[in-house]
Design a binder for this molecule. Sequence first.
Ligand code: PEP
Ligand code: MG
Length: 314
Amino acid sequence: RQKAAYAARFDEGRTRDGHRVEVAANLGNTAHAADAVEYGAEGVGLLRTEFVFMAHADAPNLDTQIAEYREAIDALGGRPLVARTLDVGGDKPLPYWPLPQEDNPFLGLRGIRLALTRPDILETQLRALLIAAGDKPLRIMLPMVKDIGEFRAAKAILDRLQREIQAPDVQLGVMIEIPSCALLAPSLAEEVDFFSIGTNDLTQYTLAIDRGHPELSAQSDGLHPAVLRLIQMTVIAAHAKGKWVGVCGELASDAQAVPVLVGLGVDELSVSLRQVPMVKARLREFDLSEARRQAELALGQATAEAVREALEAL
Ligand code: PEP
Ligand code: MG
């Protein structure tokens, strides 16, 4: 019986009627990749590589980074790893990367826009990821992208490195965290290999509520119909070009949100590793047609509270 329970944890994520939804883990530390597998994750949907940089007094060199990334890739035993390039700046400073004082750090130099001011650091990271992966399934994801320009700039660096070290092709995707990217998803989908929706930041920038605000956090709800519409636009645009869409923000492990996201057509849910079994179990509770009904119902509401009440009443 114990053996059966163990095997069940390794099942693929599927709805009750068998619709496939990949369930992956979010990791803040490469040392936890083995635990993610233990919890039944089908891969890593978001490796927050910031920790590699924050753990050192100076930017980690190529070899240090290769060793870190390799630890995660090896532990995954062939399951895919989505590594997000360095997402610092604004509220997440690095001591060895002095930044100008900003009045609005959440609207300032952060994510990919900061990384592109230091292409040497970005290049070392991309090189380390490619070398660490070899022919194992690696996907690279860019944070806080606002339009195709930033994607193209990063892709030019990646393409050059791939030619130089003759690395196998890897998928290069962007996080959808800024509403502009969801609005422009049809043009992005032409060139980008995949999207992963960061609902924490997407909610913050859509509702103009600081994601860590002590008094407003209750209003900062990713089930807000405005956020759901942006997710819908992203999925429609991506699928029209045969690209996949994940959700790696906290909404992906919200039991009420899981059917809504599946109904919107999301292909992958990436959640903190301890939530993996819960999300897989939740998927098995509904059919795709029911998920689509819930998504329609949610999209038709005017506020996040109304969405939750309508779903509750089902
Ligand atoms: C997000 O913004 O939803 C996300 C997954 O990224 P982070 O929480 O690391 O900003
Ligand atoms: Mg984010």
